[in-house]
Design a protein. Structure first.
Length: 204
């Protein structure tokens, strides 16, 4: 399969693509969500995270490359100086052998002339967030990230696999801004749209 073909069949891609842009909120200067966290996308991400699938990350990365090559950057989002990913904790990274956002997005964004750089580390593990409400998520994540690169005056694009309540992205964005980042926007492969709790505007 060529990267140009992507991983999803055309009908599935059309059915799952949402291309939504969230307006600025708190520490984020906006967020871009690609696919609905449903059906094939949901099954693939769950297999990667909970069943140890090692082939699917690269296949989803082909979809990321296709998405960035076929879509114009949203006019409401600034072009970044640096691109980075939400890191997992050290134990999970050792078990998986990779950070999922890096596998999903690094090749795609560098092909567009953007610079990928590791900017964050988790300084402590956090419990799984799926069973927590937004307030509990924020409390659990507080202070879990540390900046490991120079972000002063830089516009950062922060990537992750799923956007649910935005708590993880907001905590990471606050950490980057505290270290001097000029701005932080988010890009996620999938969005749990029923949990976003705010209106979305279709990206055209």
């Amino acid at each position: 399969m060529e990267i140009a073909d992507g991983w999803l069949c055309p009908a599935c891609r059309q059915g799952l693509w949402v291309g939504k842009v969230l307006p600025p909120a708190e520490a984020l200067d906006g967020a871009w969500l690609w696919f609905a966290y449903d059906q094939a996308v949901k099954e693939a991400i769950r297999k990667i995270k909970f069943a140890g699938d090692r082939e699917l990350p690269q296949l989803l990365g082909s979809e990321a490359s296709l998405a960035l090559s076929r879509e114009d950057w949203p006019l409401s989002l600034p072009r970044p100086d640096l691109v980075t990913g939400i890191p997992t904790d050290a134990r999970r990274r050792r078990e998986r052998g990779f950070d999922l956002p890096e596998v999903l997005f690094r090749q795609a964004v560098t092909a567009q002339g953007l610079t990928w750089q590791t900017l964050l580390q988790r300084q402590r593990p956090t419990e799984p967030l799926f069973s927590l409400n937004p307030q509990e998520r924020s409390f659990c994540l507080e202070g879990c990230f540390v900046v490991v690169g120079d972000v002063r005056g830089k516009k950062i694009l922060l990537t992750d696999d799923i956007f649910t309540t935005g708590a993880t992205m907001q905590e990471a964005a606050r950490t980057l801004r505290a270290a001097g980042a000029a701005g932080v926007t988010a890009l996620t492969f999938a969005g749990a749209l029923d949990n976003l709790g705010q209106p979305l505007e279709k990206f055209a």
